[in-house]
Design a protein around this ligand. Structure first.
Ligand code: GDP
Length: 646
């Protein structure tokens, strides 16, 4: 009987991740947890998971937990000592240790087999087993000094943070009428109404449902504004996208938009081919072909994309879809630091009768409690009530769970950063309307974009920087974005728009240097985490006297000029590039000649006061200092940012 990776994992009480690692270490080509195992795969796994090893699996398979534990009772007699050789005690592959010991790799492979470990040449051995092999060959091992120090430091940082698993946040995307609302309704009704009297009673723009695997949060707001705003800070509003494609219609223009959007946000995509109750069975294959054309090669065809046939109307396949969401979430290992002060993002806000301005927020870290004081955009407030989507009052709420918070001093905007601050800082933190400050970023902060070679070094670095911020009381490091991989032009663009500098750990910046030079963005690269932290500490010291400079963040063109009695001159402008900020300064150009400058005093879009307008949108603004606008004038928008240190 054919079996998928996750089914095999379940059968032997292991995780898909572990099985995938085992297979790929042994050179098997397996895409993901949904991949159907071949007979050969299963035979290999069965051999690997002998009864003895199953028992010791936790000790044997995890590189961190010490493979040697499982071997403690075994081992062979030590060979004659190879006195002249000494090896550094660090993780290495079978091939590496063989070459260091000057023995054929097959000898190591056979030795490991005798110890119950199936390890091909490129299998990474942890330190415990490296030491055990060395002992077997009578060879001395030496600890790498710097590494120990570095490891201890990262460990200490990680130990003091309290990292816990959090619920996945899902966004449902797709073409209009393909069944997004019906799918969300079906999940809401079947998962919630049965358990909670009254079902979902509060429209929060997001809700949390319980499945047999645990909680899942669905965003049920289109919320594109919130999304792009949150994204402009380099943070994701969701973890996974479900792409709904109606089987009868297939891929339509908005489906392609949605794919682009999910890819830009680096969201894993699970495809739900909907309306299978009414579509001809052959349509599923047609949709798969269309998906393949969009670079979403279905897993059954050797790709990575999970495609699930469903009917949101009658409920076919929904359980399986939720199983897939859960598996994907497990692979992402979603975690949040619950020991940090509560911080997250505003999804929606509204005025409620008798309660004033309220907002739905989702925390990314920490716990929010009744009585906490906070800031969100221009608003401040004190938590007087926390309501979940069942209208249930909560005393506290942690990461990922959507909650409606009251009371705000004014309506925050969707996408605003929300953070708890001590009461004393509330007045200080409250932005003064006339003050020139960076749009949406902390004042007195050093904005950073961080890049690292792996997810775990990225996480270690983020945590270390947060700890450093706490240690230094006069300056805050604000991580605008973080990512894995080499530094590229997009990072430089983001740094330029947000007044950030870029720091990299074990990465290169070859493709970004030209752009960085052009944009005046500083890039610093490090190979050792504590060197990077020392550098940041020095910068914080230097930032005591921050020198502010004007930085160009956007450009637009005047489309219309209104002269309104008692109000004044209003410029109708199309933003071509970057952003326009309500706290910005502007410089006006006409026919390549600078004709004046001033400060923006109000910024509106579609009649509403807003703080930023992004490229591709029209806006209207008023400014002091200069009133003589004309159609086709070119407007540059500047904000004040700390001068970039080289
Ligand atoms: P949205 O615009 O993507 O939110 O789409 P809706 O959820 O509003 O669905 C559009 C139409 O398709 C409605 O008339 C739904 O009843 C219908 N619909 C949605 N899902 C299914 C399904 O699985 N089967 C059938 N037959 N109709 C569906």
């Amino acid at each position: 009987m054919s079996m998928r990776v996750y089914e095999y994992a379940k059968k032997i009480g292991s995780s898909s991740k572990e099985i995938l690692k085992r297979l790929s270490d042994a050179g098997f080509d397996v895409a993901n947890h949904m991949t159907v195992l071949t007979e050969e795969d299963v035979e290999f796994l069965n051999q690997t998971y002998t009864n003895k090893e199953k028992k010791a699996r936790n000790g044997v398979l995890s590189n961190d937990s010490g493979q040697a534990d499982a071997l403690a009772t075994e081992g062979g007699s030590a060979k004659e000592g190879q006195g002249a050789i000494e090896i550094i005690l660090e993780p290495m592959t079978v091939a590496d240790i063989a070459s260091q010991l000057e023995v054929p790799a097959t000898e190591i492979i056979l030795l490991l087999l005798k110890w119950g470990i199936v390890a091909p040449k490129n299998y990474l051995l942890d330190e415990a087993i490296v030491s055990r092999i060395a002992q077997h060959f009578g060879v001395c091992v030496k600890k790498p000094e710097r590494k120990v120090e570095q490891k201890r430091e990262v460990r200490a940082i990680l130990d003091s943070a309290k990292i816990e698993k959090r619920m996945p946040v899902i966004v449902v995307l797709g073409h209009v009428d393909h069944g997004k609302t019906t799918l969300l309704d079906f999940i809401r009704k079947t998962r919630v109404a049965a358990r909670e009297k009254g079902g979902i009673t509060q429209h929060l723009g997001a809700y949390h449902v319980e499945t047999k695997h645990g909680g899942i949060v669905f965003l049920d707001t289109p919320g594109h504004e919130a999304f792009s705003k949150i994204r402009s800070r380099g943070v994701k509003a969701a973890d996974i996208a479900i792409l709904v494609v109606a089987a009868d219609d297939g891929i339509m223009p908005q489906t392609i938009e949605a794919i682009k959007f999910a890819k830009e946000m680096s969201l894993p995509i699970i495809v739900a081919v909907n309306k299978v109750d009414k579509a001809n069975a052959t349509r599923l294959e047609v949709v798969k072909r269309q998906l393949a054309e969009q670079d979403l090669l279905p897993e059954e065809w050797g790709g990575q994309t999970i495609v699930m046939p469903v009917s949101a109307k009658v409920g076919t396949g929904i359980d399986e879809l939720l199983d897939m969401v859960d598996l994907q979430a497990q692979l992402l290992e979603l975690k949040a630091d619950i020991s940090s002060p509560a911080a997250g993002y505003v999804l929606e806000s509204k005025l409620e009768k008798g309660r004033g301005p309220v907002a739905t927020i989702i925390l990314q870290q920490g716990y929010l409690r009744i009585g906490d004081t906070f800031i969100a955009g221009d608003a401040t407030g004190k938590v007087s009530s926390l309501l979940d989507s069942h209208n249930k009052s909560l005393r506290e709420v942690g990461p990922s769970q959507p909650v409606q918070v009251a009371t705000f001093s004014e309506l925050p905007n969707a996408g605003d950063y929300f953070e708890v601050v001590p009461k004393g800082q509330l007045r200080k933190a409250r932005p003064q309307p006339k003050a020139v400050s960076k749009p949406g970023f902390k004042d007195k902060a050093i904005n950073l974009i961080i890049k690292a070679d792996t997810n775990s070094s990225k996480e270690a670095l983020e945590d270390a920087i947060k700890k450093l911020s706490k240690k230094i009381d006069h300056t805050d490091f604000h991580i605008v974005a973080s990512g894995v991989g080499d530094i590229g032009e997009r990072d430089v663009q983001l740094a330029s728009h947000t007044g950030s500098s870029i720091v990299g750990l074990h990465v290169k910046a070859t493709n970004a240097l030209h752009a960085a030079q052009k944009e005046g963005v500083s890039i610093s690269l490090f190979d050792i985490i504590y060197k990077l932290l020392e550098d940041l500490e020095r910068r914080a010291e230097g930032a005591r006297e921050i020198k502010m400079v004007d930085k160009k963040v956007g450009e637009g063109v005047i489309r219309k000029v209104f002269d309104i009695k008692k109000v004044g001159i209003i410029a109708g402008c199309y933003v071509k590039d970057g952003i326009f900020s309500k706290n910005g300064k502007m410089v006006v150009w006409r026919n390549k000649q600078k004709i004046g400058s001033g400060s923006i005093t109000s910024l509106q879009r579609e009649g509403k006061n807003i703080k930023e307008v992004h490229a591709g949108f029209e806006c209207a603004f008023m400014a002091d200092g200069l009133l003589d606008f004309a159609v086709d004038d070119r407007i540059e928008c500047y904000i004040s940012v700390p001068e970039n240190k080289p």
